[in-house]
Design a protein around this ligand. Structure first.
Ligand code: CUA
Length: 360
């Protein structure tokens, strides 16, 4: 007797189509499909009613939201179909207590297999093409683009307007003007994200990533870091202000004035030597430390305005070798240890002098 024959003879109750657990039921498959279709419609309605994203504020947001809705409409029925069959089978075909017999040896169903391979294949291919077309559309070069360099570092963003030679902690954008963001990082991976703009891009060491968008709604939105980048990750939040073109020009002019007519960009990109306060902000110190003199309020590291009785030497060592003396209540290895390489000797001198004078 072969294995198959033995198994079959164990099934004293007969072949599968006479399975007594569903023998009395009419059209169990039809009923399953009916439940599945109904549940799918309810599922789609619920997922479309949920507000997944905040109010859109960029011209590409509508296309992205539509794509998201189409993905939901396609994936919810698949999920519900699979779950309906699984749950139905678990309940209807449950083995009776004490039933240790094997199930009937079923080879399979060629027609079913062709269907459940072909339909998902067509769906996934169509969605991939649709996603690709949408991406091409969003990433297309626009007329009159303004370039903004975005730099991430633990734990702050810096925004630089190369055409204006202005750098800032806050992002100002003129409404309805296309922007190209060029995103970099000074240390680990961060992710530049404004939920209202929908688009998100990682800042990857050694790379410059790009996103294009046109803000089309005035307002203040949060710039969020969306990649776990260290202890201060959750504090890596700043603001983008989408303002009328005139206000933007006024702001740019104010920034230039405040920077003394040059040398502000990126903390020393040419021109006069940057001030201690500019260095403090452009190097990300304000992303972690409180310093009343610079209007910084972050709490990842100690308050640098209240260092007590310290000298220039202590401050210099704390910048270059942060682990040398850890303030009570704080942990080592949180502050980047490469400021000694990043800062020139003049910059370090200026920063130390500034911090010494900023003591309260
Ligand atoms: Cu930067 Cu998270």
């Amino acid at each position: 007797m072969t294995e198959r024959e033995r198994v079959q003879s164990d099934q004293a109750k007969g072949p599968p189509e006479e399975d007594p657990r569903i023998a009395g039921e009419k059209h169990p498959v039809a009923r399953m499909i009916g439940i599945g279709v109904l549940a799918s419609l309810v599922g789609i309605a619920i997922t479309l009613l949920i507000d997944w994203f905040p109010e859109p504020a960029a011209s590409s947001a509508g296309k992205i939201d539509t794509l998201y809705d189409v993905l939901l409409i396609c994936s919810v029925p698949v999920f519900i179909l699979v779950m309906t069959i699984a749950i139905y089978s678990v309940i209807r075909f449950r083995a009776k207590p004490g039933d240790m017999g094997d199930g009937p040896p079923i080879h399979g169903n060629t027609r079913l297999e062709v269907i459940w391979v072909t339909i998902p294949f067509i769906m996934v291919s169509a969605l991939a093409i649709y996603g690709w077309i949408t991406l091409e559309d969003i990433e297309a070069k626009q007329k009159d683009e303004m370039v903004v360099n975005v730099t991430g570092q633990q734990f702050t963003w810096t925004f630089e307007y190369p055409s204006e030679k202005v750098a800032s902690k806050e992002l100002y954008l003129p409404v309805d003007r296309p922007v190209e963001f060029k995103i970099k990082t000074k240390d680990v991976i961060h992710s530049f994200w404004v939920p209202q703009f929908r688009l998100k891009s990682d800042a990857v060491p050694g790379l410059t990533t790009k996103i294009r968008l046109t803000p089309d709604k005035q307002g203040n939105y949060e710039v969020v870091c969306a990649e776990l980048c260290g202890l201060g990750h959750a504090t890596m939040r700043q603001f983008v202000h989408v303002v009328p073109a005139d206000d933007f020009q006024t702001w740019i002019a104010d920034q230039k004035k405040a920077a003394g007519g040059g040398g502000a960009a990126g903390g020393g990109a040419g021109g006069a030597a940057p001030s201690g306060e500019e260095l403090f902000t452009s190097n990300g110190c304000s992303g972690c430390h409180t310093l009343a003199a610079a209007g910084a309020t972050a709490k990842v590291g100690p308050d640098l305005g209240k260092l007590g009785d310290v000298d220039a030497r202590f401050i210099r060592t704390s910048i270059v070798d942060p682990n040398a003396d850890i303030e009570k209540g704080f942990k080592p290895n949180i502050m980047p240890q490469d400021f000694g390489d990043k800062l020139s000797k003049e910059q370090l001198d200026a920063l130390v002098k500034y911090l010494l004078e900023a003591q309260e």
